[in-house]
Design a protein around this ligand. Sequence first.
Ligand code: 6PG
Length: 267
Amino acid sequence: MRAGRQLKIKYYVEPDPASLARRAAQYFVEMAGEAIGAYGRARIAISGGSTPKAVFELLADPNQPWRARMPWEKLDLYWVDERSVPPGHADSNYRMTREALLDHVPLRPKQIHRIEGELDPQAAAARYESELRSSFRLKGAASPRFDLVALGMGKDGHTASLFPHTEAIHEMSRLAVANHVPQLDAWRVTLTWPVINHARSVFFIISGEDKAAVLPEVLTGPLDPERLPSQLIWPSSGILTFILDKAAAALLPATDAEGCGVLERER
Ligand code: 6PG
């Protein structure tokens, strides 16, 4: 974990998963709008899992306010990670995103930069790195700077496909790597944590009581990223945002009247 010594953690607690999804949809639209206003485009990396699915469905729903507000033509969509499975596989993050979002919104194929899970994991990681370098027009050892990275967190403290005690935790020079996850007996492809930390804005979307125990460990407990890889996420901006539901936030310090809490970390 490089960047600054200080980290300001802002967490927003919503009463239930549905209102968490609404706040996250609003956050996506706001952050995309800010990036487009400043840079002409919004390059966003999204995660898989069940929590983002509800958010994507809201963004895609023509009967909800966000679909019309999102400037889709100015978005470039990337993935934080992917399972090493074909794009039509039930476990595929791309498939989940296609069904919940891509099939329902006006994104052209060239705006969608998927990780090719159907390939050998090492080859998929290398091709994704090439895609990142070409689409961000990177030179030399430059790192892509996403405008927004949306993360989830597992109850084991993993994020992206950075699982406890796996090799990818130690990767600091590559943009994306293949990571074998013994806990799942599976291969994944994931952005590396320095790339995630280089983003202009990083936020977690976390729901459910099964995350309640790990959250305070990650946010306020001793730094132990081997055991709690989510602690690797320390954005160079010095700010990290969490959008939580009440069940996930049950063991965090109480929020203010607006449902917002702030924690400061130092290392
Ligand atoms: C994945 C995700 C992963 C996810 C967490 C939380 O590929 O599964 O990138 O890191 O964000 O496992 O998943 P839930 O949102 O389903 O709890």
